[in-house]
Design a protein around this ligand. Structure first.
Ligand code: MG
Length: 305
């Protein structure tokens, strides 16, 4: 089990001794945004520079193109009805793929200004859609089209998909990136990848208390990445934070202790829980898709509610 490292004995209960890390597919350029669809037993993710979304069929292991072009899509998730919600760099918007297959734009502006490049997205129990909007899709022509920021800031937004109302809920990060709620939704974890632009800037996760719907309190520093950056992450049902971190996945206890590590060997961008029992960790790492069965379950059953 060489790729799994126990840093704290509490991690031992979360991993399976004889489970192996599997490389399910390779051939992407920079892959992010895995989202699992339990009803169809497939995983969708983004291959951002290649302007396509891919799909892994869990029943036979096959991989195919799900959508191309994809608007240089990045983060994906499922909403409470099991629909695909997607952040797009090129088109600088958040979309939802409807039951009939059509792609509906949920948001593309804040106060009349175009978003930078929506990056990562989660859906709360009340159906609101929370997404980060750093500048990676407009910093160059690699993951979108280079442009100046119209908003002039990188923020996290909360979108009510029924009314269309959008509010900025996190304004104090340099490059807010990965997002996840704790299982009880009392905390919103936010990664800051500011260090990608300037050494010395943050490579952190902060925990924001959710005081009321859409109202966050003062953040608490949760973790600083020991190597590289935290990008995307998810919580399991017990509240552990499983996060990308350089070329590894790190697992943090809710008390902020890093308890374990899964060495991947490529730069890890994002992960999610999947499988019929939500105990299969799907990992998007640079060019490849990996998975590992663990003794933890994802915090949210995406299609529930
Ligand atoms: Mg990201």
């Amino acid at each position: 089990m060489s790729e799994v490292i126990i840093h704290d004995e509490r991690f031992r209960a979360l991993v399976i001794g004889h489970a192996r890390l599997e490389r399910l597919w390779t051939g992407g350029r920079w892959m992010e945004g895995p989202a699992y669809f339990p009803a169809g037993r497939y995983l969708v993710w983004s291959d951002i520079p290649n302007n396509r979304m891919m799909r892994f069929d869990e029943t036979d292991g096959s991989v195919s193109v799900f959508r191309e072009p994809s608007g240089n899509s990045n983060g994906n998730t499922t909403d409470r009805q099991g629909r695909l919600v997607t952040c797009e760099h090129l088109t600088r918007r958040v979309t939802r793929t409807e039951f009939d297959g059509s792609v509906r734009v949920l948001a593309d502006r804040f106060e009349g200004k175009r978003f930078n490049s929506p990056n990562d997205v989660v859906v709360a129990a009340d159906g609101t859609i929370w997404f980060s909007d750093p500048t990676y899709g407009i910093d160059s022509d690699y993951e979108g089209i280079a442009a100046e920021s119209e908003i002039g800031a990188s923020q996290v937004y909360r979108l009510d998909p029924v009314s269309g109302h959008i509010e900025a809920v996190v304004r104090d990060r340099i490059k807010p990136n990965g997002l996840a709620f704790s299982p009880d939704e009392r905390l919103l974890y936010v990664a800051d990848t500011g260090a990608s632009h300037e050494p010395g800037l943050p490579a952190t996760i902060h925990a924001y208390p959710v005081l009321a719907p859409g109202q966050l309190g003062a953040p608490r520093h949760f973790a600083t990445c020991p190597e590289g950056f935290f990008d995307g992450f998810r919580c399991d049902a017990a509240g552990h934070v499983w996060t990308s971190a350089g070329t590894s996945v790190l697992c943090y206890h809710p008390d902020g202790t890093m308890i374990g590590e899964i060495r991947i060997g490529e730069i890890v961008a994002n992960l999610c829980f999947g499988g019929p029992r939500f105990n299969r960790l799907y990992i998007c790492a640079q060019t490849s898709l990996y998975s590992l069965f663990v003794k933890a379950r994802g915090a949210v059953t995406p299609a529930a509610g």
